[in-house]
Design a protein around this ligand. Sequence first.
Ligand code: AMP
Ligand code: ZN
Length: 432
Amino acid sequence: MYWEKDIETMPRDRIETLQSGLLRDTVRLAALSPFYGKKFRDAGIDPAGFDGLRSKEKLPFTTKDDLREHWPYGFLAVSRDELVRMHSSSGTTGRATVVFHTAHDIGQWTNLVARCMYMAGVRKGDVFQNIMTYGLFTGGLGFHYGAERIGALVIPAGAGNSKRQIQLMRDFDTTVIHIIPSYALHLYSFFEEMNLLPSRDTRVRIAFIGAEPHSERTRKKIEELYGFKAFNSYGLSEMNGPGVAFECPEQNGLHIWEDNFLAEIVDPDTLKPVADGSEGELVLTSLRRTGMPLLRYRTKDLTRIITGDCPCGRTHRRIERITGRTDDMLIIKGVNIFPIQIEKKLMEIPGVGNDFLIVLEREGYNDRMTVKVEVGQDFFDGDVLHLEKLRRRITEDLRSDILITPQVELMAPNSLPKTEGKAVRVVDNRKD
Ligand code: AMP
Ligand code: ZN
């Protein structure tokens, strides 16, 4: 059973007492690593005297640059022969960082993923097809282990090879999948090509979608196309991978597992905590990791705490779906824009297909933004006048939202380049 009721519905005061003790242990352990050992000495922090949660703001932040600068072993708190696994980030921004796990860490991570999957309704007897890249990326093995712990039959399909994915789903009666949202939209076109309807011709009833930002509208679109429930799964390799925060059946925010992670939301400029409900950068501390504990890790992901109790009864606080990363903000003609704002608008417009790409160029001192938008097959085959009307509507809707007028190019369905991993949303040709 992976409904850990005592933990998942623990009263808030008990969660905080638990966190305080775990934080004390983590600080003592972290002090053994070269990185934190020096940080603590420089900041005059005595790990043996550290008194828990109430002093959390005395602890140093940790950034991706710190991980890169102390690459690869500078964060180890145990000797290397205790390690059993290495993973790395997908390297969306710069050089990939690595995280090492002991057998204890893998066990904890596996439990967390099992807990998340169980919460969404996965049970022994389910057939789970993991449509994620295996290997260094955490989405493959992380979910694989969690699903096995529940007792589901796992098909380690890996990413890509779309027709084969559909074949596997049909041949082995897959009931649960794990897939990147942009790939789910792309995969649907293969169902169309094969004259199949996922809701009629497969038995998939639950999907886990994550690893990249996506709007509520995109989730709804995926649910409508496939006829299954899609749950948002959030994680990052620095905090194991998937299993950090996850949607419950209410599908209204993601519960952060606070018995394993200490979450803070800070203003990314001042690094001061923001009030509950206000947006800021998510900062996470691992509370049970032994091989490579991380303190106050700046995720760069923007979100907010959802205040109030969740009707599901779980007491671990919820975060809003991630609205972007501080480092994927585009500044165009001086205006700050997140790619997800564009995605959100596009997905509301009937006739828009399943993919888009933002291309930025510099002409003299001016930025030029082109948004390439795939249209739906019906529109594409229809009247050119309708296409022109659609193009104008997209231009106008985007302009009213982002306050600059983009060049909009309509594209044939499936004509934009696809990746097996996280979608590439922006091509910035402005840099020399
Ligand atoms: P990686 O270290 O390669 O696992 O990448 C982790 C990053 O992927 C996170 O910091 C987020 O920026 C992004 N990410 C993961 N899951 C989600 C999600 N459900 N929604 C939005 N972004 C996500
Ligand atoms: Zn809930």
